[in-house]
Design a protein around this ligand. Structure first.
Ligand code: CTP
Ligand code: MG
Length: 221
């Protein structure tokens, strides 16, 4: 079955606060987006890549990426951007959704997600143990609970799906979600965890960018 990877890269990067949209920020001579796409292609597990970028950057992005990569315009929220990518992947049997912001994700993690899909799991997420204690709080900043840490995981991308399941999840929901598996959970399908990787961290803040650039400079990623 055909594996299509969608790469949401249409965010503004408000928390990173660089001059350009986050996916176009440079990491050692190569943009985050190009690194993310290269990692997907290098895995050998992906047949086609669709990247989703701000509308005004579609043309320049298509020029900068290999010709077999499809470029489409994203929307206001990540969910809108993934929806636009889904529409450009009608032939997919399996779909990966992979944030451009996880630019240093090892190709072996990509291959591991696809392996789990081919083994029959309909939704697969890479996860890591949580290091901080997590508390729920109300809008006044009062703590309302402390879920036991051993039962919590931090979720990365690529997240992998049987295409029909992801299409159904998006069709069922007009709501926003911070990850795609969240929508799949809402339609009652099982989401399966595999081991994530520290290098698949999301570059969100200036501190993350400093770390990413140091790793690239050291040849660690
Ligand atoms: N994304 C997208 N379309 C949006 C919002 C986000 O394609 N409307 C993408 C981002 O480009 C990123 C991924 O979703 O690759 C994860 O989102 P996040 O890390 O939050 O990136 P930004 O939304 O750009 O950052 P911020 O929330 O700080 O503005
Ligand atoms: Mg965001």
């Amino acid at each position: 079955g055909a594996v299509v990877a969608l790469v949401p890269a249409a965010g503004r990067g408000v928390r990173l606060a660089e001059a350009m949209p986050k996916a176009f920020v440079d990491l050692g001579g190569t943009s985050m987006l190009t690194r993310a796409v290269d990692g997907l292609l290098t895995s050998g597990a992906v047949d086609r890549v669709v990247v989703i970028v701000p509308a005004e950057l579609c043309e320049s992005t298509a020029t900068a990426l290999p010709p077999e990569v499809t470029v489409v315009a994203g929307g206001a929220e990540r969910t809108d951007s993934v929806r636009a990518g889904l529409a450009a992947a009608p032939e997919a049997d399996y779909i990966l959704v992979h944030d451009a912001a996880r630019a240093l994700t090892p190709p072996a993690l990509v291959a591991g997600v696809v392996d789990a899909l081919r083994a029959g799991h309909c939704a697969v997420v890479p996860v890591l143990p949580v290091v901080d204690t997590i508390k729920s709080v109300d809008s006044d900043g009062r703590v309302t609970g402390t879920p036991e840490r051993s039962g919590l995981r931090a979720v990365q991308t690529p997240q992998g799906f049987a295409a029909d399941v992801l299409v159904r999840a998006y069709a069922a929901s007009g709501e926003l979600a911070t990850d795609d598996a969240g929508l799949v959970e809402r339609i009652g399908e099982t989401v399966t965890c595999i081991d994530g990787h520290p290098l698949a961290f999301k570059i969100t803040t200036p501190l993350d960018l400093t770390l990413a650039r140091a790793l690239v400079a050291e040849g660690a990623a």
